[in-house]
Design a protein. Structure first.
Length: 237
Protein backbone atom coordinates (compact mmCIF):
# COMPACT_ATOMS: atom_id res chain seq x y z
CA UNK A 1 0.00 0.00 0.00
CA UNK A 2 3.00 2.30 0.52
CA UNK A 3 3.32 2.89 -3.21
CA UNK A 4 -0.10 4.55 -3.27
CA UNK A 5 0.59 6.98 -0.44
CA UNK A 6 0.97 10.06 -2.64
CA UNK A 7 -1.28 12.70 -1.11
CA UNK A 8 1.51 14.58 0.68
CA UNK A 9 0.46 17.83 -1.00
CA UNK A 10 -2.77 17.88 1.04
CA UNK A 11 -2.08 20.07 4.07
CA UNK A 12 -3.30 23.13 5.95
CA UNK A 13 -7.04 23.71 6.43
CA UNK A 14 -8.99 21.39 4.13
CA UNK A 15 -12.79 21.36 3.98
CA UNK A 16 -14.48 18.25 2.58
CA UNK A 17 -17.87 18.75 0.92
CA UNK A 18 -20.10 16.75 -1.40
CA UNK A 19 -23.60 15.50 -1.97
CA UNK A 20 -25.35 12.95 0.24
CA UNK A 21 -23.95 9.52 -0.56
CA UNK A 22 -20.75 10.82 -2.15
CA UNK A 23 -18.68 9.14 0.58
CA UNK A 24 -17.11 12.42 1.66
CA UNK A 25 -16.89 11.41 5.32
CA UNK A 26 -15.15 8.12 4.51
CA UNK A 27 -12.74 10.11 2.35
CA UNK A 28 -12.12 12.60 5.17
CA UNK A 29 -11.44 9.82 7.68
CA UNK A 30 -9.07 7.94 5.39
CA UNK A 31 -7.26 11.12 4.36
CA UNK A 32 -6.72 11.90 8.05
CA UNK A 33 -5.35 8.39 8.66
CA UNK A 34 -3.13 8.50 5.58
CA UNK A 35 -1.54 11.82 6.49
CA UNK A 36 -1.14 10.84 10.15
CA UNK A 37 0.74 7.72 9.07
CA UNK A 38 3.08 9.95 7.05
CA UNK A 39 4.10 11.65 10.29
CA UNK A 40 2.19 14.92 10.42
CA UNK A 41 -0.15 16.28 13.08
CA UNK A 42 -3.80 15.84 12.07
CA UNK A 43 -7.09 16.96 13.58
CA UNK A 44 -10.54 16.57 12.08
CA UNK A 45 -13.72 18.49 12.85
CA UNK A 46 -17.10 16.83 12.37
CA UNK A 47 -19.51 19.57 11.29
CA UNK A 48 -22.17 17.30 9.87
CA UNK A 49 -25.21 18.57 11.74
CA UNK A 50 -27.68 17.11 9.24
CA UNK A 51 -27.02 13.40 8.75
CA UNK A 52 -27.46 11.15 11.78
CA UNK A 53 -25.57 8.23 10.27
CA UNK A 54 -22.09 7.57 8.89
CA UNK A 55 -20.46 10.62 10.46
CA UNK A 56 -16.83 11.16 11.41
CA UNK A 57 -17.72 10.91 15.08
CA UNK A 58 -18.61 7.23 14.51
CA UNK A 59 -14.90 6.56 13.93
CA UNK A 60 -13.75 8.65 16.87
CA UNK A 61 -12.25 5.76 18.84
CA UNK A 62 -10.01 4.23 16.11
CA UNK A 63 -8.92 7.72 15.07
CA UNK A 64 -8.00 8.59 18.67
CA UNK A 65 -5.94 5.39 18.89
CA UNK A 66 -3.88 6.70 15.98
CA UNK A 67 -3.44 10.07 17.68
CA UNK A 68 -6.01 11.93 15.56
CA UNK A 69 -8.27 14.26 17.55
CA UNK A 70 -11.89 14.49 16.44
CA UNK A 71 -13.34 17.90 17.32
CA UNK A 72 -17.12 18.12 17.79
CA UNK A 73 -19.47 20.97 18.60
CA UNK A 74 -20.86 20.65 22.16
CA UNK A 75 -23.54 18.00 22.52
CA UNK A 76 -26.32 20.60 22.83
CA UNK A 77 -25.43 21.94 19.36
CA UNK A 78 -25.25 18.64 17.50
CA UNK A 79 -28.94 18.62 16.57
CA UNK A 80 -29.35 22.39 16.41
CA UNK A 81 -31.41 23.83 13.57
CA UNK A 82 -28.99 26.75 13.19
CA UNK A 83 -25.26 26.23 12.62
CA UNK A 84 -23.20 27.49 15.54
CA UNK A 85 -19.50 28.29 15.61
CA UNK A 86 -18.53 26.75 18.94
CA UNK A 87 -15.34 27.71 20.82
CA UNK A 88 -13.83 24.30 20.00
CA UNK A 89 -14.22 24.85 16.26
CA UNK A 90 -13.10 28.47 16.51
CA UNK A 91 -9.94 27.35 18.31
CA UNK A 92 -9.28 24.74 15.65
CA UNK A 93 -9.33 27.45 12.99
CA UNK A 94 -7.20 29.92 14.96
CA UNK A 95 -4.55 27.29 15.69
CA UNK A 96 -4.72 24.76 12.85
CA UNK A 97 -2.67 21.56 12.79
CA UNK A 98 -0.38 20.62 9.93
CA UNK A 99 -3.56 19.17 8.49
CA UNK A 100 -6.90 20.38 9.79
CA UNK A 101 -9.80 18.60 8.13
CA UNK A 102 -13.36 19.90 8.31
CA UNK A 103 -16.05 17.41 7.33
CA UNK A 104 -19.20 19.35 6.42
CA UNK A 105 -22.68 17.97 5.93
CA UNK A 106 -23.96 16.79 2.58
CA UNK A 107 -25.47 18.91 -0.20
CA UNK A 108 -26.12 22.63 0.16
CA UNK A 109 -28.15 22.05 3.34
CA UNK A 110 -25.18 20.52 5.15
CA UNK A 111 -22.82 23.15 3.77
CA UNK A 112 -24.74 26.04 5.35
CA UNK A 113 -22.78 25.52 8.58
CA UNK A 114 -19.67 26.60 6.67
CA UNK A 115 -21.18 30.06 6.17
CA UNK A 116 -20.62 30.67 9.89
CA UNK A 117 -16.92 29.98 9.34
CA UNK A 118 -16.50 32.14 6.24
CA UNK A 119 -15.36 35.28 8.06
CA UNK A 120 -13.01 33.33 10.37
CA UNK A 121 -11.42 31.58 7.40
CA UNK A 122 -11.19 34.67 5.20
CA UNK A 123 -7.55 35.38 6.05
CA UNK A 124 -6.53 31.72 6.13
CA UNK A 125 -5.33 29.60 3.25
CA UNK A 126 -8.16 27.13 2.80
CA UNK A 127 -8.79 24.30 0.36
CA UNK A 128 -12.39 23.17 -0.14
CA UNK A 129 -12.62 19.85 -1.96
CA UNK A 130 -15.77 18.48 -3.59
CA UNK A 131 -16.01 14.70 -3.33
CA UNK A 132 -17.69 13.21 -6.39
CA UNK A 133 -19.03 9.69 -6.78
CA UNK A 134 -20.26 9.42 -10.39
CA UNK A 135 -22.32 6.36 -9.48
CA UNK A 136 -24.66 8.39 -7.28
CA UNK A 137 -27.82 10.28 -8.30
CA UNK A 138 -27.36 13.99 -9.08
CA UNK A 139 -23.61 13.59 -9.73
CA UNK A 140 -23.73 11.02 -12.51
CA UNK A 141 -23.33 13.78 -15.11
CA UNK A 142 -20.85 16.63 -15.39
CA UNK A 143 -23.78 19.06 -15.44
CA UNK A 144 -25.09 17.58 -12.19
CA UNK A 145 -21.69 17.92 -10.52
CA UNK A 146 -21.38 21.54 -11.59
CA UNK A 147 -24.89 22.25 -10.30
CA UNK A 148 -23.99 20.63 -6.95
CA UNK A 149 -20.82 22.73 -6.81
CA UNK A 150 -22.81 25.91 -7.38
CA UNK A 151 -25.35 25.03 -4.69
CA UNK A 152 -22.66 24.22 -2.12
CA UNK A 153 -20.70 27.38 -2.86
CA UNK A 154 -23.79 29.58 -2.49
CA UNK A 155 -24.82 27.91 0.77
CA UNK A 156 -21.34 27.97 2.30
CA UNK A 157 -20.32 31.41 0.96
CA UNK A 158 -17.02 29.77 0.06
CA UNK A 159 -15.33 28.57 -3.12
CA UNK A 160 -14.54 24.98 -4.04
CA UNK A 161 -10.88 24.71 -5.03
CA UNK A 162 -10.49 21.09 -6.10
CA UNK A 163 -12.12 17.76 -6.90
CA UNK A 164 -11.78 14.31 -5.31
CA UNK A 165 -12.95 11.28 -7.26
CA UNK A 166 -14.59 8.65 -5.04
CA UNK A 167 -16.03 6.24 -7.61
CA UNK A 168 -17.49 3.22 -5.87
CA UNK A 169 -20.49 0.94 -5.56
CA UNK A 170 -19.40 -0.21 -2.09
CA UNK A 171 -19.02 -4.01 -2.09
CA UNK A 172 -19.92 -4.26 -5.79
CA UNK A 173 -17.03 -2.05 -6.92
CA UNK A 174 -14.71 -3.45 -9.59
CA UNK A 175 -11.46 -2.22 -11.10
CA UNK A 176 -13.40 -1.15 -14.19
CA UNK A 177 -15.61 1.07 -12.01
CA UNK A 178 -12.48 2.81 -10.73
CA UNK A 179 -11.15 3.34 -14.27
CA UNK A 180 -14.46 4.70 -15.57
CA UNK A 181 -14.87 6.85 -12.48
CA UNK A 182 -11.44 8.36 -13.03
CA UNK A 183 -12.29 9.19 -16.65
CA UNK A 184 -15.46 10.91 -15.43
CA UNK A 185 -13.82 13.11 -12.78
CA UNK A 186 -10.94 13.92 -15.14
CA UNK A 187 -13.50 15.23 -17.63
CA UNK A 188 -15.18 17.14 -14.80
CA UNK A 189 -11.81 18.62 -13.83
CA UNK A 190 -11.21 19.75 -17.40
CA UNK A 191 -14.70 21.24 -17.72
CA UNK A 192 -14.65 23.02 -14.35
CA UNK A 193 -10.96 23.98 -14.54
CA UNK A 194 -10.55 22.70 -11.00
CA UNK A 195 -7.60 20.44 -10.17
CA UNK A 196 -8.25 16.74 -9.61
CA UNK A 197 -6.50 16.45 -6.25
CA UNK A 198 -6.75 12.66 -5.91
CA UNK A 199 -9.02 9.70 -6.45
CA UNK A 200 -9.80 6.85 -4.07
CA UNK A 201 -9.86 3.10 -4.29
CA UNK A 202 -10.50 0.33 -1.81
CA UNK A 203 -7.27 -0.93 -0.30
CA UNK A 204 -8.39 -4.45 -1.26
CA UNK A 205 -8.66 -3.51 -4.95
CA UNK A 206 -5.42 -1.55 -5.20
CA UNK A 207 -3.15 -4.50 -6.08
CA UNK A 208 -5.28 -5.08 -9.19
CA UNK A 209 -5.25 -1.45 -10.33
CA UNK A 210 -2.80 0.03 -12.84
CA UNK A 211 -2.08 3.40 -11.19
CA UNK A 212 -0.08 4.48 -14.23
CA UNK A 213 -3.44 5.20 -15.88
CA UNK A 214 -4.00 8.10 -13.49
CA UNK A 215 -2.56 11.61 -13.54
CA UNK A 216 -3.29 12.13 -9.85
CA UNK A 217 -2.57 10.38 -6.54
CA UNK A 218 -4.67 7.47 -5.25
CA UNK A 219 -5.90 7.43 -1.65
CA UNK A 220 -6.43 3.91 -0.26
CA UNK A 221 -9.78 3.49 1.48
CA UNK A 222 -10.05 1.26 4.56
CA UNK A 223 -13.77 1.40 5.28
CA UNK A 224 -14.70 2.67 8.72
CA UNK A 225 -18.33 3.64 8.20
CA UNK A 226 -20.17 0.37 7.80
CA UNK A 227 -23.66 -0.90 8.67
CA UNK A 228 -24.10 -2.71 12.03
CA UNK A 229 -23.80 -6.17 10.49
CA UNK A 230 -20.34 -5.49 9.06
CA UNK A 231 -16.99 -4.82 10.72
CA UNK A 232 -14.86 -1.79 9.97
CA UNK A 233 -11.32 -2.37 8.75
CA UNK A 234 -8.93 -2.34 11.70
CA UNK A 235 -6.63 0.64 11.37
CA UNK A 236 -2.93 0.16 12.02
CA UNK A 237 -0.32 2.80 12.70
Amino acid sequence: MIGFNKVEHIKGIVIIVGNFGSGKTEVAINLAVNRKRSGIDVRIADLDLVNRYFRTREARKPLAELGIEVVLPPEKYLQADLPILSPAIAGLIRRPSQLTLIDAGGNDVGATVLATLADSLQKKRVHMLQVVNPYRPFTDTVTGCLRMRDQIEKASKMTITGIVGNANLIDETTVEHIYKGYDFVKALSDESRLPLEFITASAELLPEIDVERFSCPVLPIERQLVPPWKKAVQLKK
